[in-house]
Design a protein around this ligand. Structure first.
Ligand SMILES: Nc1nc2c(ncn2[C@@H]2O[C@H](COP(=O)(O)OP(=O)(O)OP(=O)(O)O)[C@@H](O)[C@H]2O)c(=O)[nH]1
Ligand SMILES: [Mg+2]
Length: 309
C-alpha cells in the first residue's frame, strides 16, 4: 500500500477530533493582526472538545495569543500554528519498539481492555520484528478463552513463528514461564506475550498481571522489558482512564493505539502525551499484518489541525 493511502486513512481516525476544530477555526477570520480574547476562548473550548485535553488546549491557546497575523487572521496560519504546537507535544513520545535486551529474549508484555486489538497488534509487531530479521516467539498468555489461544495460533502459523501455549483456563503465568524458558534456550530475540483483556475486574487483573511479572522476573530479572498498553481509538477519552489504571496495575512502559482507520477520536493521544509522557510506539490503521505504522508526530499533528499535506 502506498504511503498516501494509509495516511488518508488516518483522516478518519482523527475525524472527530479535527472536524470540531476545523469548524471552529473556519469561523475565526478577521482583519485584525491578533486573535481576540473571545476568539481564543472559543478556540480553547474547541480544542478541549476535540479530546486534546485542557493542558494541550491551554498551551496551544498561549501560542496563538502570541501569534501576530500580519495579513489579518487567516485560517491557514491558525492551522499551521496549531499543528506546530501539537507536533511539539507529540515529538518527544514518538518512539518505535526496539529489540535491545541482552541476554535474549527481549520480552514484550501486551495488555489492554477487551477487544482493544492486543492479539492483532501482537501479530503485526511480530511481523515488524521479522522484517528486521529478529527471531520471534509468541506466548498465549490469554488462557481465558479457547478461541483466544486459537486466534494467536493462527497468526503464529501464518507468520511461521513458534507459539507456547497451555490449556484453556490454565495459569497464564505458567505459560509465560514456559515461554521465557523456551525463548532463552533457543536464543530467540523477541518474545511477545498475549494477555486476556479485562479492566472491569480490576483486582483479578492486578493479581494476574502481578503474578505474570513476578514469574517473568524470576527467569530474567530485566523482563518484561516492555509493557505495551493497547488502546482502541474509538474509545476516545476513556483511553486516559485506561492508562491510569493499567499504569498503576502493570507498570505500562508504552502505548499502541489501534483502529485509527475508522472514525475515531484519535486526538486523545495528544492529551495522553501531555499528561503521561509515555512513549507511543506505533499506531494500527487496519486489520492486516502490514497495518501497524510508526507514530509520525508531524503527520498526526497536520491531520488533526487540518493542514493540507
Ligand atoms: N479497523 C481496525 N480493526 C482492528 C485494528 N486492530 C484490531 N482490529 C480488530 O479489532 C478486533 C479485536 O481485535 P483483537 O486483536 O482480537 O483484540 P484483543 O484486544 O486481543 O481482544 P480480546 O482478546 O478479546 O481482549 C478484531 O476484529 C481486529 O481485527 C485496527 O488497527 N484497525
Ligand atoms: Mg486477544
Amino acid at each position: 500500500m502506498s504511503a498516501d493511502s494509509w495516511s488518508d486513512r488516518l483522516l478518519g481516525g482523527f475525524a472527530k477530533t479535527s472536524d470540531r476544530l476545523t469548524g471552529n477555526i473556519a469561523g475565526l477570520l478577521g482583519g485584525a493582526a491578533r486573535l481576540t480574547e473571545d476568539q481564543l476562548d472559543d478556540l480553547e473550548d474547541a480544542l478541549i472538545l476535540s479530546d486534546l485535553g485542557p493542558r494541550a488546549a491551554a498551551r496551544i491557546r498561549e501560542r496563538l495569543a502570541a501569534t501576530r497575523f500580519d495579513n489579518g487572521v487567516d485560517e491557514a496560519a491558525i492551522r499551521a500554528a496549531v499543528a506546530e504546537e501539537i507536533a511539539a507535544i507529540l515529538r518527544p513520545v514518538a518512539k518505535p519498539l526496539d529489540v535491545t535486551a541482552f541476554p535474549r529474549p527481549h520480552v514484550v508484555l501486551v495488555i489492554g481492555v477487551n477487544g482493544s486489538g492486543k492479539t492483532t497488534t501482537i501479530a503485526k509487531l511480530a511481523h515488524l520484528f521479522q522484517e528486521q530479521d529478529y527471531a520471534v516467539m509468541l506466548a498465549a498468555g490469554d488462557t481465558f478463552r479457547a478461541a483466544a489461544i486459537g486466534q494467536l495460533g493462527v497468526w503464529a502459523d501464518r507468520l511461521g513463528v513458534p507459539i507456547i501455549k497451555g490449556p484453556e483456563g490454565g495459569d497464564p503465568a505458567s505459560v509465560v514461564f514456559d515461554a521465557v524458558k523456551a525463548a532463552t534456550d533457543k536464543g530467540t530475540d523477541a518474545l511477545i506475550v498475549d494477555t486476556a483483556g479485562r479492566l472491569q475486574n480490576k483486582r483479578e487483573l492486578m493479581d494476574e498481571l502481578a503474578k505474570i511479572r513476578r514469574v517473568l522476573g524470576r527467569l530474567n530479572p530485566a523482563a518484561p522489558h516492555d509493557v505495551v498498553l493497547v488502546l482502541d481509538a474509538t474509545n476516545g477519552q476513556n483511553a486516559l482512564a485506561q492508562i491510569e489504571v493499567f499504569r498503576e496495575v502493570a507498570g505500562v512502559t508504552g502505548l499502541v493505539m489501534t483502529k485509527l482507520d475508522g472514525t475515531a477520536r484519535g486526538g486523545v493521544l495528544v492529551a495522553a502525551a501531555e499528561q503521561y509522557g509515555l512513549p507511543i510506539h506505533a499506531i494500527g490503521v487496519g486489520e492486516t499484518i502490514d497495518d501497524l505504522r510508526p507514530f509520525d508526530p508531524d503527520l498526526v499533528a497536520r491531520v488533526i489541525a487540518g493542514v493540507a499535506a
